[in-house]
Design a protein around this ligand. Structure first.
Ligand code: ADP
Length: 309
């Protein structure tokens, strides 16, 4: 069972100056998946990822990667991980390629063709002559991604890797991560403070808030539960609810405001609803099928739940 998971974190705790920033976090990242680690700024994502990379120590709890407990003698294990943690550091007075060369030497990875390949993959091949001091934030972020994937890691740990990019750059990098995941079977743990940024690529989502992991759910499960519904706008929402309950026997219906009704009965069609209301001389201001966004889903799931097991 255990080796189904690349990363397992058990009951992690961390405080800074008496302030609890990671509070009993349990995380399970399956082999070969993309795990989206989401939470507002200050929720504790970077701290968890730093503990994973042994850059800071948990006060209690443990982290295993490929079954091996992370600690000061995990060098070999950490070498198999590519990472971006907080703002990546580069030597500013040399070019991106020279920075990647240095990284190769540090990692004992000698494959100069791979440098060309990663520069191309992240779209930096055109700016060969530039020193890093002349890079924009977005270019530095691309270089950080290039460095993280350079030595063909089996696991990628990416802390907010795309926040300095424009929408097109975000899309490109998302596709790149997906490709690396599918083609190289690389497990990816990626954090973001924007759920919609990674919901399209993640297989599992973990939500952290105030240092506590609130939910850890497979996207397939979320899609199953993400409900389709019909939204209806009328002059009198209460009256429309009564009529639809009475005439069509709909039970799962609610007036969300004086004018808007939501109908969750999958058996009933927009046409049937419209026909009943027109028959009853009600004016329909709007009607159509909608789907709850992932934000709505989590918001609903967390209300009344507080936290996940
Ligand atoms: P996130 O990555 O989700 O934005 P962080 O893990 O960076 O969150 O931070 C979580 C909390 O821990 C924040 O309140 C932050 O100020 C605090 N924190 C992080 N690192 C340190 C540190 N080295 N010393 C003191 N407080 C810290």
């Amino acid at each position: 069972m255990e080796n189904e998971y690349t990363i397992v974190m058990r009951d992690l705790h961390k405080s800074y100056n008496g302030k609890v920033v990671v509070d009993g976090v349990n995380i399970h990242v399956k082999r070969g998946e993309i795990y989206g680690f989401v939470g507002p700024n200050g929720a504790g994502k970077s701290t968890v990822m730093k503990m994973l990379m042994n850059l800071t120590r948990p006060d209690s709890g443990e982290i295993t990667v490929w079954g091996e407990k992370i600690g000061d003698d995990s060098f070999e294990c950490l070498k198999r991980i590519g990472s971006i943690i907080e703002s990546p550091y580069f030597y500013e007075k040399i070019t991106g390629r020279q920075n990647l060369n240095l990284h190769c030497e540090y990692m004992g990875f000698h494959n100069k063709e791979r440098i060309d390949e990663v520069l191309r993959l992240v779209g930096l091949q055109e700016i060969e002559g530039k020193t890093v001091s002349h890079y924009s934030m977005g270019m530095k972020q691309r270089l950080a991604i290039a460095r993280a994937i350079l030595a063909r890691p089996e696991l990628l740990v990416l802390d907010e890797p795309i926040n300095a990019l424009d929408p097109e750059g975000i899309r490109e990098m998302r596709m790149l991560f997906k490709r690396i995941n599918r083609e190289c079977n690389t497990t990816i743990l990626i954090s973001s403070h924007i759920l919609s940024e990674i919901e399209q690529i993640a297989d599992t989502i973990g939500i952290i808030q105030n240092g506590r992991l609130l939910q850890e759910t497979a996207m397939s499960e979320i899609h199953k539960r993400q409900t389709d519904y019909i939204e209806l706008a009328v002059e009198d929402a209460g009256l429309a609810c009564c009529l639809l309950e009475e005439k069509l026997g709909i039970r799962d219906i609610k007036a969300v405001s004086g004018h808007v009704v939501e109908i969750y009965d999958p058996a009933v069609s927009v046409g049937e609803i419209a026909a009943v209301l027109v028959w009853e001389d009600m004016v329909i201001l709007g009607i159509g099928r909608k789907q709850k966004s992932l934000e709505d889903y989590f918001f609903q799931a967390l209300q009344g739940k507080g936290e996940a097991s």
